[in-house]
Design a protein around this ligand. Structure first.
Ligand SMILES: *Cc1c(COP(=O)(O)O)cnc(C)c1O
Length: 485
């Protein structure tokens, strides 16, 4: 164990401190606090110098893995690089120092960014208008479904309480529908991984509020029948919801609005480069076609004839309010910067490069790993474990072994359609050399599985902690120093 693997509490020495403040002048006011709110004892914090704190956090940060430390092919998550200029812009005092309750005349620039980002996202997706308020993809899904429900209710169409979700959908889709109070109806996929149109047809009636789809779907496959599906769902009076978390391969090439979708959300923390991991912060803006614009949630940013922007808090037609203020502005700024830095020309390169990288890895590894669906993929694809499964080496073993070689593991055991699923998404921000390095290691691991399966079953060997009991870690997390004693 390295010296600084010690817990900061163990470095504590009574009286040591990392700051010095002028002597106290506020004792008098302390007496004014209600008795129940004052402490009788000092809090049990570690007493350490500034240098101890710096080393503690620097060492902790190095025990972690991030896009800034290595290749992160986590399928379905689009872990692309977040250029540092995004951080510089987000940290500018003019943006970082504002308060959400400031009068709108004092934050015209900020409201302009809100409007312009909404406009850029509308152009990229082919929608009429956006709200940037939702905080995450799933939050966007809920917002979109509330808009759909409000649309039906406003027409007196009260029977539409069921929403169709494909069996390949991301887990948040049925969850959001349930949170919205809608009943979930599942539609099956065919052998080739695409939604079965014949299975869909009998589900369509006047109780259907809409269908939620992602395209490409969670297998990374383009739903070729989308135009027919859109026509069928619209014919029965339902709306089409597009889960745009998989928008990356389509950016600059194909627009969901043109496929017939009425509502969508985007994951700025996936497709638009803003950092994510560890649960946030994120942004899940929602775009709508023209007939749904009135139902967007409040607050809304509106512009008067003189170009003055203001915030509208109440609007009878809106589906409601889904966030305290107007979204995670720091995340919105990063996405806006990312789009402006690429410019119109280069935005078009994002999708094709992401697709090329995924297909390159797939074709380079399919003689070692089982490829259940052969067709050309979009931004990601799924292997179903090793081709030779006689060694007993599982997908979990492969994922853990990759950590020893300095790569983050792909997504594993998702989607649920395959028992040994390994879902790989390289994103367009990786060089061919990095992809080649990953391919080489994946081939090496496949060879190790035959020559030395034990080294895989006991992996990882070089990480700060070895193989964890992930279920207990998730169900009974130990979050306090005192509990560890
Ligand atoms: C990531 C993802 C989501 C959920 O997004 P969050 O921001 O994690 O809530 C929804 N659908 C798909 C297809 C995704 O990949």
């Amino acid at each position: 164990m390295k010296y600084y693997d010690k817990l900061i509490f163990d470095l504590s020495k009574a009286g040591r401190q990392g700051y010095s403040l002028p002597s106290r002048t506020w004792d008098a006011t302390l007496a004014d606090l209600p008795a129940g709110l004052t402490r009788s004892e000092a809090p049990a914090l570690p007493q350490v110098s500034e240098l101890d704190v710096v080393r503690h956090y620097t060492n902790l940060s190095q025990m972690n893995f991030g896009v800034d430390s290595g290749f992160y092919p986590l399928g379905s998550c689009t872990m692309k690089y977040n250029p540092k200029i995004n951080e510089e812009i987000a940290a500018m005092p003019a943006f970082a120092g504002i308060h959400p309750l400031q009068p709108s005349e004092t934050v015209q620039g900020v409201l302009r960014v809100y409007k312009e980002l909404a406009h850029a996202l509308s152009s990229i997706t082919g929608m009429a208008e956006f709200t940037l308020n939702p905080f995450a993809g799933a939050h966007g899904e809920l917002t979109g479904l509330m808009i759909i429900r409000q649309y039906h209710l406003s027409r007196g169409d009260v029977k539409r309480t069921r929403v169709i979700v494909p069996d390949s959908a991301h887990g948040t889709n049925p969850a959001s529908a349930a949170v919205c109070g809608l009943e979930i109806v599942q539609v099956k996929s065919k052998e080739n991984g695409l939604v079965d149109v014949e299975d869909l047809k009998p589900l369509l009636d006047d109780t259907i509020a809409g269908i939620m789809m992602t395209n490409p779907n969670t297998l990374g496959l383009f739903e070729k029948d989308i135009k027919e599906i859109a026509a069928l769902v619209h014919e029965c009076g339902g709306l089409l919801y597009y889960d745009g978390a998989n928008m990356n391969p389509l950016i600059g090439m194909v627009r969901p609005g043109d496929m017939g979708f009425d509502v969508l959300h985007l994951n700025l923390h996936k497709s638009f480069s803003t950092p994510h991991g560890g649960g946030g912060p994120g942004a899940g803006p929602v775009g709508v076609a023209a007939h749904l614009v009135p139902y967007l949630p409040v607050p809304k940013v509106v512009e008067d004839e003189d170009g003055l922007l203001s915030v509208v808090d109440a609007d009878g037609q809106a589906c409601g309010q889904i966030s305290g203020f107007m979204g995670n502005f720091g995340v919105l700024l990063r996405a806006y910067t990312y789009i402006l830095m690429l410019g119109k020309q280069n935005v078009r390169m994002v999708g094709p490069l992401a697709v090329l990288g995924a297909n390159y890895i797939k074709e380079s590894l399919k003689d070692c790993y089982k490829l259940p669906i052969e067709s050309v993929c979009k931004h990601e694809f799924v292997f179903d474990g090793l081709l030779d499964q006689s060694t007993g080496v599982t997908t979990l073993d492969i994922a853990k072994r990759l950590l020893d070689y300095g790569f983050h593991a792909p997504t594993i055991y998702f989607p649920l359609l395959f028992h040994q699923a390994i879902m790989i998404e390289p994103t367009e921000t990786e060089s061919k050399e990095t992809l080649d390095g990953f391919i080489e290691i994946m081939r090496h691991i496949a060879a190790e599985a035959i020559a030395d399966p034990e080294s895989l079953k006991t992996a990882p060997h070089t990480t700060p902690v070895r193989r964890l009991d992930e279920t207990t870690a998730a169900r009974q997390p130990v979050l306090r120093f005192c509990d560890m004693q």
